[in-house]
Design a protein around this ligand. Structure first.
Ligand code: ATP
Ligand code: MG
Length: 225
C-alpha cells in the first residue's frame, strides 16, 4: 500500500489571532492510497475547497503537516511547490477558469508552458489529454463558443495535460446538467481505471450516489466527522 496523501493535524486558519479569524480547516488527518478515489462532502462553508487547495499545494497550512507522494510538501518553499504542482498535480476548478479569447488547444496547453518541451511534444500531450476528456473534436474552437459541459471537459483536459499523479476536482458538476454530469463522472471512472488518484469535492446527489469512490470523507465546520 502506497500512501499518496497523508495529512497530520493539517489546519488552515484565516486571519489568525484577529477578530475575524476563520478556522476553515482544523486538525485534519487524512490518508489516501495511490489509485484511490475520495469524495469530500459537507455543507457550504465546511472547508472543502480550503482543504482541496491545501492538497493541491496552492495554499500553505497554518499548522500541521502534509505529505504528498511521501514528500513533506508543507515544509517546502513556493519555488519547489510550483515545480511539484506542475509535475504531479492536476486541478479542476469549480468555475473552470478557462481563458476566454483562446482556443481549446491553447487553454489545454497552459500548464505545459513553463516546462521545457518541444512544440511537437506539447501538441502530442494536448491531443492525449483532449482524448481522455472527450473534447478532441473541439481543439480549434474558441472556448467562448462551447457549451458548459464542453467547457468543463476542456478544464478536465487541462488538468490532465501534465499527466498528474494526483487529480483534484472542486465541485466539477456544479455547472452541468445531469446528462453532462453523468458523462463527466464516466471520464473520472476511466481516469481511475488508468491509475490516477482522485480527490473530488461535491454536494451533488448524482456524484454522492456514484460508485467511483472508495472513501467518502465528510467535513463539518472545518473538521472531519
Ligand atoms: N481566502 C479566504 N479568506 C478568508 N476566509 C476564507 C477564505 N477562503 C475560505 N474562507 C472561509 O473558510 C470557510 C470554508 O470555506 P470553503 O470555501 O473551504 O468552504 P466549502 O466547503 O468549499 O464551501 P462551498 O460548498 O460553498 O464551496 C468559510 O467560512 C469561508 O468563508
Ligand atoms: Mg467550495
Amino acid at each position: 500500500m502506497t500512501l499518496l496523501i497523508e495529512t497530520r493535524q493539517l489546519s488552515k486558519i484565516f486571519y489568525e489571532g484577529l477578530p475575524n479569524e476563520v478556522a476553515a480547516v482544523q486538525n485534519i488527518n487524512l490518508s489516501v492510497e495511490k489509485g484511490q478515489a475520495v469524495l469530500l462532502r459537507g455543507a457550504s462553508g465546511s472547508g472543502k475547497s480550503t482543504l482541496l487547495a491545501l492538497l493541491a499545494c496552492l495554499s500553505k497550512p497554518t499548522a500541521g503537516e502534509y505529505l504528498c507522494m511521501q514528500q513533506p510538501v508543507s515544509r517546502w518553499s513556493e519555488k519547489f511547490l510550483t515545480r511539484f504542482r506542475q509535475e504531479h498535480i492536476g486541478i479542476v476548478f469549480q468555475h473552470f477558469h478557462l481563458l476566454k479569447g483562446l482556443t481549446v488547444q491553447d487553454n489545454i496547453v497552459l500548464p505545459l508552458v513553463p516546462l521545457q518541451l518541444s512544440r511537437k511534444e506539447k501538441a502530442y500531450k494536448v491531443q492525449q489529454a483532449a482524448e481522455l476528456a472527450h473534447i478532441q473534436h473541439r481543439l480549434n474552437y474558441m472556448v467562448d463558443t462551447l457549451s458548459g459541459g464542453e467547457m468543463q471537459r476542456v478544464a478536465i483536459a487541462r488538468s490532465l495535460v501534465n499527466e498528474p499523479t494526483l487529480l483534484l476536482a472542486d465541485e466539477p458538476t456544479a455547472h452541468l446538467d445531469s446528462e453532462n454530469a453523468q458523462k463527466m463522472m464516466g471520464i473520472f471512472e476511466e481516469l481511475k481505471a488508468k491509475g490516477r488518484t482522485i480527490v473530488m469535492t461535491s454536494h451533488d446527489p448524482l456524484v454522492l450516489q456514484h460508485g467511483l469512490f472508495g472513501q467518502v470523507v465528510v467535513m463539518k465546520d472545518g473538521k472531519l466527522v
